[in-house]
Design a protein around this ligand. Structure first.
Ligand SMILES: [Zn+2]
Length: 63
């Protein structure tokens, strides 16, 4: 898995330099572990991570 994670939203971006959620560009490649969120409305993990869209999210962001 390659990509950059938004430090604020944790979403992983594989193309571009801009976060699709917050529109910010505070991205990092220093992340590890990710979850693929397919059912954010019903997912317990999504609640814990405060996620409400279906995408890929980093669990650990270092820095
Ligand atoms: Zn963001």
């Amino acid at each position: 898995m390659e990509g950059k994670a938004c430090k604020k939203c944790r979403i992983i971006i594989t193309r571009g330099e801009k976060c699709p959620i917050c529109g910010g560009n505070d991205l990092t490649t220093k992340w590890s572990s990710y979850v693929i969120m397919l059912n954010a409305e019903k997912s317990e993990i999504a609640k814990i991570l405060n996620i409400n869209i279906n995408s890929i999210f980093a669990i650990n962001i270092r820095e």
